[in-house]
Design a protein around this ligand. Structure first.
Ligand code: NAD
Length: 481
């Protein structure tokens, strides 16, 4: 067992590690005996102090040479790379994903900071002729000011990275509010930003309950914008709050992502893609394949092969290198997943797997809900666990129509060897991201990420397009005589 941290880990406000009034325990979901640390639990006062510090620091950060911002971001990436194993182990302990997945995520965070280190120098502007003689027009981008970043527990280093890096690159100051369940990775990121020379007040960390910290950030008049990733329910409330306060808002929320397997699919490839998309990271990915839509001609063979592959997955301690599936993130998330397993039976599915195994920790065996129909709650609501509904369809046209019949629209996929089917699906899919012969989860960091419908609102994240959200456009007219 790891040693217990003796001191509470503090919030970072205006360059100081602030003494907490209250703390909360961060425990390993695979091993409840493993106390990772005591973390500060802030309140509205800490938010007010952090916003004041961020407001004071932002003009200097925005006015400094873009080279300064580039250097800080590059150094964050360098330090993350040097500390990748430490970050991965912490991530595995607090979130429960396997060490290999955690290492991939920590590495991704470093890549993201390196990518955005180029942006301060690349921020584009435009020069236009005016319709009026002697007038010149400049279109430039400016930072928004103080930006609040509210992040979920399932990618506790990658998501803070992909919000913080473009926000800072554009010249904003930041207040990061990480998920209550995973403050550790955000705290380590804050330490790294300090070590990289980020000026006091430019990056602030306020840990604590979403209902207090998140709500206080949304309500604060000096916060110009909120970028949120999390559940649809909380996202809708944030959108209302931001509308009330006239704030720019970006929401990345849930998914009920379809993966179509047609009669012309390579079944080995399809089973591998569905196994990965549905169950890796314990199914706790917004892009997870939670609806497997399978043509009748290959349905039974597909289900038999996927069942065999699923039941062979090694569930266990995520720190054990042979483990393929770690725990569910918390007891409360597990209890919600088990409710859905019961619901699947009540709705008439044949349920394969899905039980809580007899071992300590918040574990759940992966589950398939066979004979699901697309109108069932288990096929419409995001479960966010290792559970996938299998929906039998007659042909490609029905598969496409079922795939698009969802309130969400984040990621979608098709497994087929037919170029015609792949092309038709890519064109007609109502999702922000479409995968052909690839799992619905698993993306690159240099291209846009996001969805449609109830999955996303307010502009894409990642890639260069992310800079749109973190900047505002100014059109200047000059009469040059
Ligand atoms: P959540 O909505 O419960 O919490 C997300 C964040 O919001 C946390 O930091 C939480 O403390 C905060 N929060 C909670 N209540 C708040 C309030 N009233 N005001 C302001 N902030 C508040 O989500 P979660 O359980 O942490 O994460 C899982 C969800 O995140 C899933 O729905 C998943 O699909 C989604 N997700 C989406 C993406 C994406 O990019 N689309 C990526 C990862 C996760």
């Amino acid at each position: 067992m790891e040693t217990t941290m003796p001191l509470p880990l503090r919030n970072l406000i205006g360059g100081e590690w602030a003494l907490p009034h209250d703390t909360s325990e961060n425990r390993n979901p695979a091993n409840p005996e493993d106390l990772i640390g005591l973390y500060a639990r802030g309140g509205a006062d800490e938010v007010a102090s952090a916003v004041a510090a961020a407001k004071a620091a932002q003009p200097g950060w925005a006015a400094a040479s873009p080279q300064l911002r580039a250097d800080v971001l590059r150094r964050v990436g360098d330090i993350l790379l040097a500390r990748v194993d430490e970050m991965a182990r912490l991530l595995s302990r607090e979130e429960g994903k396997t060490l290999a997945e955690a290492k991939g995520e920590a590495l991704r965070a470093a890549q993201i900071f390196h990518f955005y280190a180029g942006e301060p120098l690349r921020l584009p502007g435009e020069k236009h002729n005016s319709i009026r003689e002697g007038v010149e027009i400049d279109v430039t981008r400016e930072p928004l000011g103080v930006v609040g970043l509210i992040t979920p527990w399932n990618f506790p280093i990658a998501i803070p990275a992909w919000k913080t890096a473009p926000a800072l690159a554009a010249g904003n100051s930041v207040i990061l509010k990480p998920a209550d369940l995973t403050p550790g990775c955000a705290h380590l990121l804050a330490e790294i930003l300090v070590a990289a020379g980020c000026p006091a007040g430019v990056f602030n960390l306020v840990m604590g309950r979403g209902s207090e910290i998140g709500a206080a950030l949304v309500a604060h008049p000096d916060v110009a914008a909120i970028s949120f990733t999390g559940s649809e329910r909380v996202g809708r409330g944030i959108a209302r709050g931001c509308a009330e306060g006239m704030k720019k808002v970006q929401l990345e929320m849930g998914g009920k992502n379809p993966m179509v397997v047609t009669a012309r699919a390579n079944l080995d490839l399809a089973v591998g893609a569905c196994l990965n998309g549905a169950f890796f990271s314990t199914g706790q990915r917004c892009t997870a394949s939670s609806r497997l839509i399978v043509e009748a001609a290959v349905h039974d063979a597909f289900v038999a092969r996927l069942t065999a592959a699923m039941t062979a997955l090694r569930l266990g301690d995520p720190l054990d290198p042979t483990t393929q599936i770690g725990p569910v993130v918390s007891e409360s998330q597990l209890s919600g997943n088990l409710d859905y397993v019961r619901l699947a039976t009540q709705e008439g599915c044949e349920v394969i797997g899905g039980q809580r195994p007899d071992r300590p920790g918040s574990f759940q065996n992966p589950a398939l809900f066979v004979n699901a129909t697309n109108d069932m709650r288990v096929a419409r609501e995001e479960i966010f666990g290792p559970c996938a509904a299998v929906i039998r369809v007659a042909d490609f046209d029905e598969a496409l129509s079922v795939a698009n019949d969802t309130d969400f629209g984040l990621s979608s996929g098709i497994c087929t060897d037919s170029l015609a089917e792949a092309t038709a699906f890519r064109r007609a899919s109502r999702a922000g991201m479409v995968m052909v012969n690839l799992p619905t989860a698993g993306v690159d960091y240099h291209v846009p990420f996001g969805g449609r419908g109830a999955s996303s609102l307010g502009g894409r994240e990642q890639g260069r397009l992310a800079m749109d959200f973190y900047t505002t456009v100014k059109t200047a007219y000059t009469f040059a005589g």
